[in-house]
Write a protein that binds this ligand. Sequence first.
Ligand code: ATR
Length: 277
Amino acid sequence: MSKRIPLAGVIGNPVGHSKSPRMHAHWLASQDLPGHYIPMEVEAEDLADVLAALPRMGFAGTNVTIPHKEAALAGAVRATPRARAIGAANTLTFLPGGGYEADNTDGYGFFANLQQRAGDWRASDGPVAVFGAGGAARAILHAMLEAGAPEIRLMNRTRARAETLAAAFGPRVKVLDWGDTGPALDGAATVVNTTSLGMAGQPAFDLDLGGLRPGMIATDIVYIPLETPFLQAASRRGARIVDGLGMLLWQGVPGFNRWFGGDAQVTPELRELMLAP
Ligand code: ATR
């Protein structure tokens, strides 16, 4: 029997907008590896059947995105500690004995992006101010706390969601009111927007960022536009800024390496490719 060409993809709904296929195709081509990575639009009620069938078709693994991240974790025979802590999965690897292992690489992607683009940055540099308490914030809190952030100041429009995260992640997470940016930014080393505010087509990020100072690092998970109003405001106040595109790129690295046996690199060329229409 001939050796199968490894397959992988991304399951979401909708999924047509995903740029992950472009990224994996680039990595496959640039490393001269055999393989294909495809987008798959799947209804929630079909997810389990699809995940059972994919390995029989030669899939080594798959990414999952909205709205399947929690269900994908629930259906796993094995999960990494970070996927369990985050409560959602984005990277599934099929196991030889059946079923799949669930991982979550979103926090890793966030962290690796900051390390690449702000080389001397450390999570332990000082308090981290975080806007938003959704799924992305969960992944980022986990990565920041693992990497030694001394304190997380968490603000969310719906305060109860921030309280839930604080209860899950422990006493280093302090909840502040949405809009309480004075105390949140006072002495902070890192400031993160994890909300959808400022994304093309979404409302603007309009909280007072007067507390931003030179020496702080501001980063956004929104990358359309690349330089969001939040990052522009931070830049005007002398803070160093790191855009969110790299988080998308880096979160794909562990899956690519696992499924295709490659060594994926996040390069300026890949950034350009992903920014093209
Ligand atoms: P994700 O998984 O990308 O984090 P999410 O779970 O839907 O997506 O979370 C979106 C985040 O953006 C939440 O923190 C949300 O605040 P709420 O918990 O109050 O909904 C935040 N967000 C979205 N629209 C917002 C708005 N108009 N004003 C303030 N926060 C907003």
